[in-house]
Design a protein around this ligand. Structure first.
Ligand SMILES: [Zn+2]
Length: 350
C-alpha cells in the first residue's frame, strides 16, 4: 500500500524521515517571531498518525519531559505510521511560566478556535488545522495546577470504545471518565471522531520522576496497542485499570497552616483525618476529614490555605482495595520492566 504524503506547515515529510518543523505562530511586539514547533517521525510503513502534545497549559511541564524522553527511544527506528510530537502547544504561556495566554485566556477552552478570534482562539485554530487535523489518535499530557499534585491518571470518554481501549493501554491504575469540557482539545477531538486520552500527573512547574516515567510508559503502551511499535518482550500480564465511579474534593473548613498526613494514592476511609489546619500559635486547630472513602488522586501541597480551598481529591471505586494494591504495585513496577528504554537508560530526576 502506498504511503500518503504528509505536509505540515508547508513542509512535506517523506516516509522513513524525521523533521522538526517550526510553524509560524506570531510576531511579538518585540519583533521576535514565535513558532509552534512540531517533530514529525514517519515510519516507512503505513499506520496510525499519533499526536502526543503537552503544555496546552503553559505551566504544565512534566509532559514536555515525557516527550523529550519519548523522542530518544530506540523503538521509534522501526515505527509503523507517524508520530507527531508537540512538546509545547501554549508557546506564549510556557515563556511566561503561566497556564494561560497573555490575553489571560485558557487555550484548553478556546477550541476549535478561529482565524479571526482572540489570541487563544487563533493559536487553537493554528494547532487544530496544521497538526491535529493530520492525526488519527491523540494523547494530551497535563499536570495538576500550581501547588496541586495529581496521582498519575488517565481521563477519557469511556463511552467511546476506541478512547476506552487507549485509556486501558496507557495502563495507569486509575482512569477517570470525565465529561467533555466546552472548548477543550478533548471536545474537539470527540466532535471530529478522533480517539483521545488525557494524562494527568504531578503538579505545575515541577518535574516528577514517577509521573514522567509513567507517562513515557503509557505513551509507549498506547503505541503498542495501535500497532506502531513492536509488542513488549516482558512476560508480565497487562493489568486492567480501574475506572472511578466519581470523585469529590475535600475543602478547608478554616483559614490556616495546613499539614497533610496522607499521601497521593492512599486508601482513605470516610471520617479519617487526612491532615490538620492550625493558626500559627496552634491554638485553633481542626482536623481535615475524608468526606468519603476512596483513593486520594489529587492533593494540595501548599501549607497556606484559605477557607474553601480544595485540599484532597478523592475518587470512589467499587473495588477500592484492589485499586489501592495496584497503585502500590504500579510504583514498584515502574522501576522494572522498562526494556523500551534501550540499553542505556538516563539517570532519574530526584
Ligand atoms: Zn492542564
Amino acid at each position: 500500500m502506498a504511503v500518503e504524503p504528509l505536509t505540515i506547515g508547508g513542509t512535506e515529510v517523506r516516509p522513513g524521515s524525521r523533521r522538526t518543523i517550526d510553524i509560524p505562530a506570531a510576531l511579538l511586539y518585540t519583533h521576535a517571531p514565535v513558532t509552534l514547533p512540531v517533530q514529525v517521525i514517519r515510519g516507512r510503513r503505513e499506520g496510525p498518525v499519533l499526536l502526543v502534545n503537552a503544555a496546552i497549559h503553559g505551566d504544565e511541564i512534566n509532559g514536555v519531559e515525557i516527550i523529550r524522553r519519548l523522542l530518544q527511544l530506540p523503538a521509534l527506528r522501526r515505527l509503523r505510521g507517524t508520530l507527531l510530537a508537540v512538546p509545547i502547544v501554549n508557546v506564549f504561556g510556557f515563556t511566561d511560566r503561566s497556564r494561560y495566554l497573555p490575553d489571560r485566556r485558557d487555550l484548553n477552552r478556546a477550541f476549535p478556535g478561529s482565524e479571526r478570534g482572540s489570541l487563544a482562539s487563533r493559536l487553537a485554530n493554528l494547532f487544530r488545522t496544521e497538526i491535529l487535523a493530520k492525526a488519527t489518535h491523540v494523547i494530551d499530557l497535563h499536570t495538576g495546577a500550581i501547588h496541586r499534585e495529581n496521582l498519575p491518571q488517565v481521563r477519557a470518554n469511556l463511552d467511546d470504545p476506541d478512547c476506552e481501549a487507549m485509556a486501558q493501554a496507557f495502563g495507569t491504575p486509575v482512569i477517570i471518565n470525565t465529561p467533555l469540557i466546552e472548548g477543550s482539545l478533548r471536545q474537539v477531538c470527540n466532535d471530529e471522531s478522533r480517539p483521545v486520552v488525557t494524562y494527568e500527573a504531578g503538579e505545575a512547574l515541577r518535574f516528577d520522576e514517577q509521573s514522567i516515567k509513567a507517562g513515557v510508559q503509557g505513551v509507549v503502551q498506547v503505541m503498542r496497542h495501535l500497532g506502531m511499535i513492536a509488542p513488549s518482550r516482558s512476560r508480565r500480564r497487562a493489568r486492567e485499570s480501574y475506572a472511578a465511579n466519581n470523585s469529590t474534593w475535600v475543602r478547608a473548613e478554616q483559614d490556616g497552616m495546613f499539614r497533610a498526613i496522607v499521601a497521593l494514592g492512599a486508601h482513605v476511609q470516610q471520617g479519617q483525618a487526612l491532615g490538620f489546619i492550625a493558626d500559627p500559635f496552634g491554638e485553633k486547630e481542626i482536623a481535615v476529614e475524608a468526606i468519603t472513602s476512596g483513593i486520594v488522586i489529587g492533593r494540595n501541597n501548599l501549607p497556606l490555605v484559605h477557607e474553601g480551598e480544595a485540599l484532597f481529591h478523592i475518587a470512589r471505586f467499587d473495588a477500592v482495595r484492589r485499586v489501592a494494591r495496584y497503585v502500590k504495585a504500579f510504583n514498584r513496577e515502574l522501576e522494572e520492566d522498562q526494556e523500551w528504554q534501550g540499553d542505556d537508560p538516563e539517570p532519574p530526576i530526584v
